[in-house]
Design a protein around this ligand. Structure first.
Ligand code: 13P
Length: 330
């Protein structure tokens, strides 16, 4: 029987998800791309030249800029749009998406202002329904080239998590299930902030010792934050936490790391954001995290310094000193 999946978002991750899903011939995939010219180009050339050049799309992938055509008769909705645009995109389908259609999010961010996770935005806009999160070390470029990767499918509805596992699995894409959606979503969002810190470290030429320290202490901050709000500690040492943290902090593809690298090399954040392709979610997430940390008195020194570099004009050098000059701790 044919399963119809609709992906909202034609960036690198949305396209890579379509390619994984389309490996199973009984799965028909539609991608909604906001820009009409871009949608037409991808549909006719069978390639997303802007975000995944050189990767051919299977015949069972259809691309459209008409969101109602995209979601028509869909069995599952997959969300692959930046977190700050999620709410407005879901508004477009709120009256036409049947309640029974489960939603799968691959978004790694926290909404500014509301501090909501993607799954919370989904249920607020679309009403109560089953939601799953697919997260872990999964650079779209590597997935699209069919390099081996492993992630988690997380849902309070374990049956949905198992279906997501089946639908996305390929010979080279292995999926574990997990019930801690809160932990998985926070881990995916927070690792982006630490990746910016690691990029700054690389841009400043600080070497591997400093970067390992940032990753290790950054993981402690991710876990402290997530556990405070009810996440399971082990989620943060698993694929969605440590696994994705490593990939995002070391990979040359990482958008968040690239933002940090350019900051550490002396560029301004406005120049970086104006010239970059795609969205580095960690920038907006660092703002939410700093506000949440202040409100709940959470001690997150690395994430705080990233926020101050991004939003308060602090230099990367001063942020480094602020971290190193903190009183010794046991
Ligand atoms: P970036 O957005 O930094 O490229 O991270 C991608 C990612 O989440 C890999 O798992």
């Amino acid at each position: 029987m044919t399963t119809r999946l609709t992906i909202l978002g034609g960036g690198a991750m949305g396209t890579a998800c379509a390619m994984l899903l389309a490996e199973q011939p009984h799965q028909q995939v539609s991608i909604w791309v906001r820009d009409q010219d871009q949608a037409t180009e991808i549909q006719s050339t069978r390639e997303n030249r802007r975000f995944l050049p050189g990767c051919k799309l299977n015949d069972n992938i259809f691309i459209t800029s008409d969101i109602h055509v995209a979601i028509n008769h869909c069995d599952y909705l997959v969300l692959a749009i930046p977190c700050q645009f999620l709410r407005q995109s879901l508004q477009l389908v709120r009256n036409s998406l049947p309640e029974a259609v489960p939603v799968i999010s691959v978004i790694k961010g926290v909404e500014n202002g509301t501090f909501q996770r993607p799954s919370q935005i989904v249920t607020e806009i679309l009403g109560p329904r089953s939601v799953a999160i697919l997260s872990g070390p999964s650079h779209a470029e590597e997935l699209a080239h069919r390099l081996p990767a492993t992630v988690v499918a997380s849902s309070e509805d374990l049956e949905l998590a198992c279906r997501v596992q089946q639908m996305f699995s390929t010979e080279r894409f292995r999926i574990y299930t997990n019930a801690d959606t809160l932990g998985v979503e926070y881990a995916g969002a927070l690792k982006n902030v630490i990746a910016i810190a690691c990029g700054i470290c690389d841009g400043l030429g600080f070497g591997d010792n400093a970067k390992s320290a940032l990753m290790t202490r950054g993981l402690v901050e991710m876990q402290r934050f997530g556990v405070y709000f009810g996440g399971h500690p082990m989620t943060f040492t698993g694929l969605a936490g440590m696994g994705d943290l490593i990939t995002t902090c070391v990979s040359p593809y990482g958008r968040n790391r690239k933002v940090g690298f350019r900051l550490g090399s002396g560029e301004s954040i406005s120049d970086i954001l104006h010239s970059m392709e795609g969205v580095a979610e960690g920038v907006a997430t660092s703002k939410s995290v700093a506000e949440i940390a202040l409100r709940h008195r959470l001690d997150l020194p690395i994430m705080q310094q990233v926020y101050e570099v991004l939003f308060c004009g602090k230099t990367p050098q001063k942020a480094t000193m602020a971290l190193l000059e903190r009183p010794p701790r046991s």
